[in-house]
Design a protein around this ligand. Structure first.
Ligand SMILES: Nc1nc2c(ncn2[C@@H]2O[C@H](COP(=O)(O)OP(=O)(O)OP(=O)(O)O)[C@@H](O)[C@H]2O)c(=O)[nH]1
Ligand SMILES: [Mg+2]
Length: 220
């Protein structure tokens, strides 16, 4: 990360902590609360068997990225929209296929205003959720742009990405077939999710984690 970008990210996260609104993606009790909340400053895992993976969220503002992370980490849903300021960080230890895994979440703002902050986080990602809102056509049409942004700013060419068709509890204006076609054309998986009802939320994250730990750089 460039020192300029790093400083920007630090400022955003610090200002986020000062906010009385709390975290939009308070993925665990550790979210936004650790002095080493920038991943790079995290101490190396103590146990040799513990893997550390970094998950980013991409997609338009208000598509439900933070709510999906919150649903997975805290099993709850917040209906009030609290837009993410830059990036929210969270960590959740879990077990995947018998291995201890420390999952770091970098929940990114979908707002154009935080374009420069986001761009510092793509290159280190181990996996991503690409989220759109099935009741908002524009959020679907913008998916390609999110992939381009990720690749332009250093995301691995074979980065495991799952497309989340979120808010399936609402009236759908993007069909499942449209979503699946987009995902297939880009070699990605496509899952219907609802952070509100919880539908598929745990499964989609577990599938992403499994794909990551089975991929050659970690598994080989
Ligand atoms: N009905 C319904 N509402 C949802 C769902 N997921 C999120 N929302 C609502 O959509 C709004 C935006 O959710 P967020 O998770 O904050 O969206 P975001 O993608 O993180 O937005 P930014 O941080 O601004 O990029 C909030 O009011 C949520 O309560 C869902 O599955 N169903
Ligand atoms: Mg958010």
């Amino acid at each position: 990360m460039s020192s300029r970008g790093r400083a920007a990210a630090d400022a955003i996260i610090a200002s986020r902590r000062r906010s009385s609104r709390g975290s939009a993606a308070s993925g665990s009790s550790a979210i936004n609360s650790s002095s080493s909340s920038h991943g790079v400053a995290d101490p190396p895992a103590k146990k040799k068997s513990q893997l550390r993976i970094k998950i980013i969220t991409m997609g338009d503002a208000a598509s439900g990225k933070s709510c999906l992370v919150k649903r997975y980490c805290e099993e709850r849903f917040v209906s009030k929209y609290i837009s993410t300021i830059g990036i929210d960080y969270g960590v959740k230890p879990t077990k995947i296929k018998g291995r201890d895994v420390r999952v770091n979440f970098w929940d990114m703002s979908g707002s154009e205003a935080f374009f420069e902050v986001r761009n510092e986080f793509y290159k280190d990602a181990s996996g991503a959720l690409l989220v759109y809102d099935v009741s908002n056509k524009k959020s679907f049409e913008n998916l390609q742009g999110w992939l381009e942004e990720a690749r332009k700013f250093g995301a691995a060419f074979d980065l495991p990405i799952i497309v989340c068709a979120n808010k399936v509890d609402k009236r759908r204006v993007v069909t499942e077939s449209e979503g699946q076609q987009f995902a297939a054309a880009n070699g990605l998986q496509h899952w219907d999710t609802s952070a509100s009802s919880g539908a598929n939320c745990t499964d989609v994250f577990n599938t992403l984690f499994q794909t990551i730990i089975e991929s050659p750089p970690i598994n080989g």
